[in-house]
Write a protein that binds this ligand. Structure first.
Ligand code: HEC
Length: 409
């Protein structure tokens, strides 16, 4: 492969787009008050919150209890953010108020009354709930949130859910080896352990993002598209959207072969500045054609026209490319010189480096939501890997991409 140039496109933070099926189905949420409470607490689309502003009731767009009080209800970190509101804290009296009951909790949320007298500050919204039982559902979730946020985080270990899929083996092996190197005695005395079935703190190296379970998805083996929510997903190399933008940078117009679902998500995830004109269907003349996913890449290669074919490095493995063909390939894991190890091995090692650092930043009393926030403090320059900075690129740590021109002989 000959390097043809290196492009870098900025990633984009999409706080409100929880596009993954991360919440359980609406019907489950209706049946189970705890799930309904979680959906309300986290601001899920299935449980929209409204705010009272004088006479008006307005949709609470982009705000949630979790956003101000922390995803673990342990209190927010920014100025103006809310205090701890897990039920153990609320039900205890504090110097400024007696302990909350369900009735006084509901009155605080809807009217802003502080139990025992006085009003809550205006930074705490006054809510208008869709259903009368919503305050009780929130309270039900606040009773379990602290324990659920520490699932898999025990006195002596931290369990991460691993897959048994053989494809993940090199990744997992490299991950474990690096963890042993970096944290032989664990982090704050807790050993990092992989398990396919035990109750886990987060999933690691999953073949699919958004298992439907509540735990965060860390370093999935499936590509990150770019519209995932950084509150529950973290990877370590540039997203599909970043790669599409890098490939499009020079050409402006591109025929994109992909599933309709993928095209819809990419449209949302692509930086607005990308001067990309979509075309679907077949290539015409010299407009470059990009196939996303092995099957669509194979279709792109079927065309015999003059059009250059674009591909993402991870799709090349599953496709037969005839000799004499040249492709423009986006590589989301570029390094100086030729790496000596397979991407999965390098990824596993990088994942361990980043995770150990995030767990250290998170501290001895880590929760799932605090871990996700801790990532923002991680900066790393792993060997054989792009530099990572999660404050700058929350979802993936990097948007670095190299474009190669690859010709088959
Ligand atoms: C925009 C930020 C924000 C959002 C959104 C928000 N809160 Fe608050 N909340 C606050 C702040 C700030 C306070 C502290 C107010 C005070 O003490 O004067 C507070 C106080 C509270 C209190 C009183 C705590 C105590 O110790 O008396 C409760 C209970 C509460 N919030 C629950 C919720 C719930 C449940 C939701 C979601 C339905 C929510 N809050 C959404 C900012 C927010």
């Amino acid at each position: 492969m000959n390097p043809a140039g290196r492009g870098s496109v900025r990633g984009r933070f999409l706080p409100c787009l929880a596009a993954l099926a991360w919440f359980s189905t609406a019907s489950a949420a209706e049946e189970d008050p705890v799930e309904r409470g979680r959906a309300l607490f986290e601001g899920a689309e299935s449980a929209p919150l409204s705010i009272r502003m004088g006479e008006n009731i307005l949709p609470a767009r982009g705000i949630s209890c979790a956003g101000c009080h922390g995803g673990d209800a342990g209190g927010g970190e920014e100025a103006q953010s809310g205090p701890p509101i897990d039920w153990a804290t609320l039900s205890q009296p504090s110097p400024s108020r007696p302990g909350y009951t369900l009735a006084s909790f509901a009155a605080a949320l809807t009217e802003g009354h502080r139990p025992g007298g006085g009003e809550l500050g205006s930074a705490m919204p006054r809510f208008a709930f869709e259903r009368p039982e919503d305050a009780a559902a929130l309270a039900a979730y606040l009773r379990v949130v602290a324990a659920r946020q520490r699932t898999g985080f025990t006195a002596d270990g931290i369990v991460f859910r691993s897959t048994t899929d053989p494809v993940a083996k090199p990744f997992l092996r490299a991950f474990e080896a690096r963890v042993t190197e970096l944290a032989p005695n664990g982090v704050y005395g807790r050993r990092i352990r992989l398990s396919p079935e035990d109750a886990a703190f987060a999933s690691i190296g999953a073949r699919e993002i958004g298992s439907g379970e509540e735990m965060p998805d860390l370093f999935p083996l499936a590509p990150i598209i770019g519209d995932e929510n950084p509150l529950d997903t973290r990877g370590a190399f540039a997203s599909v959207a970043d790669q599409v933008a890098a490939l499009a940078e020079g050409s402006g117009e591109m025929v994109i072969l992909a599933t309709p679902a993928m095209r819809a998500r990419l449209r949302e995830a692509l930086p607005r500045s990308a001067t990309l004109h979509w075309r679907k269907g077949q290539a015409e003349g010299e407009i470059p054609i990009l196939g996303i996913g092995a099957a669509h890449l194979a279709r792109a290669l079927e065309g015999t026209g003059e059009a250059p074919v674009y591909a993402m490095a991870d799709d090349l493995a599953g496709v037969a490319i005839g000799s004499g063909r040249c492709l423009v390939v986006s590589d989301p894991r570029p390094v100086a010189g030729m790496p000596t190890e397979a991407p999965a091995t390098r990824y596993g090692r990088t994942a361990a480096t980043v995770l150990v650092e995030a767990l250290r930043i998170c501290g001895p009393d880590c929760t799932r939501s605090r871990l996700m926030r801790a990532f923002d403090g991680v900066r790393a320059s792993p060997p054989d890997w792009p530099d990572l900075d999660y404050a700058e690129h929350p979802l993936t740590g990097s948007d670095e991409i190299a474009l190669w021109s690859a010709c088959m002989d």
